[in-house]
Design a protein around this ligand. Sequence first.
Ligand SMILES: Nc1ncnc2c1ncn2[C@@H]1O[C@H](COP(=O)(O)OP(=O)(O)OP(=O)(O)O)[C@@H](O)[C@H]1O
Length: 300
Amino acid sequence: MIHVEEVAKSFQGKEILRNVSFNADRGEVVGLLGPNGAGKTTIIRLLNGVISADSGTIRVDGLDPHTNGNDIRKIVGVVTESAGLYPEMSGRENLLFFAKLYNCEDRSRIEWLLELLGLDKYSDKPVGVYSTGMKKRLAIAKAVLHDPALLFLDEPTNGLDPDGIQDVIGYLRTLNKEQGTTILICSHILYQLEEVCSSYVFLEKGRIIERGTLSELDARYVDEVILHVDTGLRTSDNEAAGYSYTVVGENKLQFRLPSKGHIPELLRSILSESWVHSAQIMNNNLEALYFEVRRRSDES
Ligand SMILES: Nc1ncnc2c1ncn2[C@@H]1O[C@H](COP(=O)(O)OP(=O)(O)OP(=O)(O)O)[C@@H](O)[C@H]1O
């Protein structure tokens, strides 16, 4: 669905993207993760045909954004920081206005989207009084009015509280599952969206430093397992089943194990002495992997 190969882009002689290559298959949710200024928004603008690449190949559903920008914009929805909503108009009026503008007026879809995004109760209120989260949700509704096959989201969780983030994750997951929408999400705090992404592309200073699914990244980057066990166990030598531990909180022990294969043996041993309420691997979530990928990239 998205094919990017060896793309380069400079602004005023300054290289912003270099040798950028990645793919997204139909129905995938890809997270594009990188710090401020890495070039994430520039990639969205290239994919959407708003700007052109200096070199390399870009295809969106087989189309070249440089020459087929208008066709691409028919099948793509974009959610950016500036949603371009009219504050004096209600949520419903905004959606109706843009649906007419885009030539896709479908009142039942507008009502469905207002309900899906939890805005039906506020649909008659002016957007000027909406909270940041409500505006963000309305921006998503606006972007998918024409039922796009592809959705690009630039920092969709900026300014949202934890409830708002959970809501956005839920809506994106529904759109992906129910409509089969392929989604590209750009963020510098993407680990909030870990539950919705199927794979990740890591961008740093305009270069792709890593890509893969969470389990592929886990296999590549997690050499030892840092395990936190919530247990009543205490031993005089700070060891359990031959593994040493450090106490990192009330009833919380931290073990460093050579691999996941050692976890059952360790837990069996602890359980024979005391209770265990939980055991959690701390270094294989997206946040931990993100920092590890960047650390190793800095070293090389
Ligand atoms: N039109 C432009 N003219 C000149 N420089 C630009 C232009 N657009 C982007 N840049 C520069 O390109 C770099 C990458 O910008 P971009 O907005 O793509 O980064 P980003 O990864 O989306 O960052 P953020 O997380 O802050 O949104 C920045 O240094 C930015 O100043």
